[in-house]
Design a protein around this ligand. Structure first.
Ligand code: ZN
Length: 293
């Protein structure tokens, strides 16, 4: 295995949870990975003492992985921008506090968060609402975990469809040292960026946000054309972005040391593609997936 930090989304499942997740990632040739602490679409979470965390951490050391590159993803139902409903917003805040504490309990430092979605409010108001929520959360959680705001495709009223919107949120956050960014290749392509012009994308990111804020990359192909605002991930080399453009993100010197995480779809909802996709990216050669005829 080389030094490129490449991995995928991994599910935490009973009975061995974190220990099993680390083993699975390693078995697929991954030296980084990302997981949800429970189902991505709800806030039900099993107690930490059942998650086999210490066993998982020991395996991480055994396999020579580095905890600083392993990433947690917050559930996507958290919406700090719900101006309509104070109760919903309060649930989002308290859940995010708990999620940051869980991330710290795993010994990890990055939590990826979808910035939110404007509900009956202007984008400006919604952005201010997200920042206000983050200010409260980051005062309360007592950790030093970094919230990585993700670049979004701009589906519906999603916030974060431009680098400028992420900057606008961060500008209003008091504890700026606790805000980073997760760049999703599918999302920025769907949002309208010219993903194939990697130097253009990186210099724009650098001039708006600063490249030092880029902590995590979600490496996905896209089922849709540039600017479609759809957010449908495709397998590597099977979408509108293509293998070579994605490979450039894997190997670009300015992105060295940043974990690259695949969230590509299971084939026929059944076969995880990650082992083959990661091998091809490491080898720099596209051969396709054996389950896709
Ligand atoms: Zn995400």
């Amino acid at each position: 295995m080389n030094d490129i930090l490449l991995g995928s989304h991994i599910s935490l499942a009973a009975p061995d949870y974190y220990a099993a997740a680390v083993k699975e990632a390693h078995s697929w040739g991954e030296n980084v990975f990302m997981f949800y602490t429970g189902a991505p679409q709800n806030t039900k979470r099993i107690p930490l003492d059942k998650m086999r965390i210490e066993e998982g951490r020991a395996l991480i050391r055994d396999y020579g992985m580095d905890e600083k590159n392993i990433v947690v993803h917050a559930p996507y139902i958290i919406n700090l921008a719900n101006t309509k409903n104070e109760a919903t917003r309060e649930i989002a805040r308290s859940f995010l506090v708990e999620e940051l504490r869980r991330t710290a309990a795993f010994g990890l430092r990055y939590l990826v968060l979808h910035p939110g979605s404007a509900v009956d409010a202007s984008r400006e108001e919604a952005i201010a609402m997200v920042a206000e929520g983050l200010n409260e959360v980051l005062k309360e959680d007592g950790t030093d975990v970094i919230v990585c705001l993700e670049t979004m495709a701009g589906k519906g009223n999603e916030l974060g469809r431009t680098f400028e919107e992420l900057k606008a949120i961060r500008d209003l956050v008091e504890r700026k040292e606790r805000i980073g960014v997760c760049l999703d290749t599918c999302h920025i392509h769907d949002a309208g960026y010219d993903i194939k012009d990697i130097d253009g994308v990186l210099s724009e990111f650098d001039s708006v946000l600063g490249l030092d804020l880029l902590k995590v990359i979600h490496l996905n192909d896209s089922k849709n054309e540039r600017g479609a605002h759809k957010d449908r991930h495709a397998n590597i080399g099977y979408g509108a972005i293509g293998f070579d453009a994605l490979l450039a993100y894997v190997n670009h010197p300015r992105l060295a040391g940043i974990p690259k995480i695949l969230e590509t779809p299971y084939i026929d909802h059944e076969f995880p593609p990650y082992e083959e996709e990661i091998a091809q990216l490491r080898n720099g050669k596209f051969v396709g997936l054996s389950e896709i005829k």
